[in-house]
Design a protein around this ligand. Structure first.
Ligand code: GSH
Length: 221
């Protein structure tokens, strides 16, 4: 989404996390933590961590500016981006990992950890909702990196069956508007159906969807 907003064309190689392509020895040489995304640099080395990758591109291609023009604007943009990543994405992931069958044999699932994730998610969404207020974007009247992070987090939440309370009206207004941006057009309608490359992987992905989401997918296909 960030690359689309910047108008940058970077060659892209999909990695199937459902079948564990990101856990092969070959991939772990690129990122020992197994996470995506990974940026392969011209010198053959690899850069990991979304924020590091984004800020690298931001310095190479400052226009359109998606961080801010002054030190304080950049600090505010990073502040809300961290809240969206750690507070929203992190807690959506925590709930998903502690409730989804996909993780049943990978971690010791805990309903208490999932519950804690829900509380922390609500606290962070309250801050994001207040920060958006009447503004069109998460950091005010211009698009910044936090908008990309929030969109990815909410879409992942929709896939994982983690709902955003309708009480967060500013977030919902922002989300509805953001879906209309051309950069959102390429966003997979349903990550579970687009990421997997084999029938077995698709069936595994379908099995981890919430019942509600699975019904929606069946209706749409
Ligand atoms: N802090 C890292 C998080 C990396 C990460 O966990 N990415 C997820 C994206 S789906 C992933 O690869 N999950 C699959 C896994 O860890 O097996 C970043 O911002 O890049």
């Amino acid at each position: 989404m960030y690359l689309a907003e910047k108008g940058l064309d970077v060659p892209f190689e999909p990695i199937d996390i459902v079948t564990g392509e990101n856990r092969t020895p070959e991939f772990l040489e690129k990122n020992p933590l197994g996470g995506l995304p990974v940026l392969e640099l011209d010198d053959g080395t690899y850069l990991t961590e979304s924020l590091a990758i984004i800020t690298y591109f931001e310095e190479l291609h400052p226009a359109p500016n998606m961080l801010g023009a002054t030190p304080l604007e950049r600090a505010r943009a990073r502040e809300i981006e961290r809240i969206c990543d750690i507070g929203v994405m992190g807690n959506v992931a925590r709930i998903f990992q502690n409730t989804s069958p996909m993780f049943a044999d990978r971690i010791k699932q805990s309903s208490q950890a999932a519950e804690e994730g829900r509380t922390r998610l609500a606290n962070n969404l309250a801050v994001v909702d207040a920060r958006i207020g009447d503004n069109p974007y998460v950091a005010g009247d211009r698009l910044t990196i936090g908008d990309c992070t929030l969109f990815a987090s909410l879409e992942f939440g929709a896939f994982a069956g983690v709902d955003v309370d309708p009480a967060w009206a500013n977030i919902h207004r922002w989300w509805t508007a953001f879906k209309l941006r051309p950069s959102a057009a390429g966003w997979p309608e349903d990550a579970a159906l687009n990421i997997p490359s084999t029938p077995a992987a698709t069936s595994l992905a379908m099995s981890v969807l919430s019942d509600r989401r699975r019904d929606e997918v069946h209706r749409a296909t």
